[in-house]
Design a protein around this ligand. Sequence first.
Ligand SMILES: [Zn+2]
Ligand SMILES: [Zn+2]
Length: 380
Amino acid sequence: MIHAGPGQTRTGPVLICRGSVSRDCPHGPVPIDAGGCLVSPGLVDIHVHGALGHDLTEPDQAAWRRALEAHLHAGTTTVLATLASTGPAEMAAALATATGLIAGQQAPTLAGVHLEGPCLAPEQRGAHDSAHLRSASEVLRELTPLPEALRMVTLAPELPGADALISYLAGQGVRVSAGHSSATPEHLARARRLGLSHLAHLWSGQSALTRPALHRLPGLLEASLASTELTAEVIADGHHLPAALLTIALRCLGPDRLCLVSDATAGTGLAPGSAFRTGASTGRVHNGYAATDDHTSLCGSVTPLAVTVARMRELTGASVDDVVTMATATPARAVGLYPRKGSLLPGADGDVVLFGPDLSVRAVVLGGRPVTGVLPDGDR
Ligand SMILES: [Zn+2]
Ligand SMILES: [Zn+2]
């Protein structure tokens, strides 16, 4: 049982019984004083590529566990392992790695796979290797039958054959996201009707306003900001987007549709100067960010989700409740995991982060068990 302190998003005690948030517990829970910390649901990151030199396209369970553990210690208790574009065999092997980890209960924070690519627009590919981009029909073949661990796919909805791929995925409960794309508002509206529900990292890999003649033509960016139902991601690491753009995104979508994501790469936790793999590309760690080797494009981030929570508040002045919502309930809803994840409602998994007044992570609890911080091992 964790006693929340004053001024937190959660008021009153949070009771965790046998791993889940509960109204009562007959097993004699051990009280833990949160000592004035803010009690938040565990953080939900739906866009994570790796950490500590391990890219999640590596089909190696031990590498996945180490990367997921690094994010867990930083406060992320639910992860969609995000795979950048690679070849068909590598993609299948990484999906099988996720399935194995989930089936063997070897990775308690792993909630599934987010394929970022390989059906992306070449002109918006960013750090994705062009040699590994593939057509929608190829990807549809590769994902039939549907891999068990697959929960989200980011694709460019304007590409030929994308309609069939979107319908297939959405029809089986996989969340479909528009990203690395030059979709027009018409493409986006059509994809939405077919089941697309989400937008990858706003301003990154998105076409924007053009004026080929007299009239201005909105790009995917403007269509995203004008959308009324879609959820969307921002990378608030202090490098991808300046304060004004984060503020625009928050004003347009609000905390119930805007998700904070880390887009954290294998470079997370490595020293500046280190090289790392992301999908089939190579990135290099700089001071607080990662870039492609030629330093022309950012290459994901090196920032865990919890740090972006604090940065979003600093940069936009959003309330603590709103920034916490954007890293918990909103992403959990976007991928169909709410309220089991992203909430502290009765029945939710007992995943908790204690934030200090400066929004630094003071302790992390997973399924009722403290994994980091100064909390004694409490309720079983
Ligand atoms: Zn991306
Ligand atoms: Zn990414």
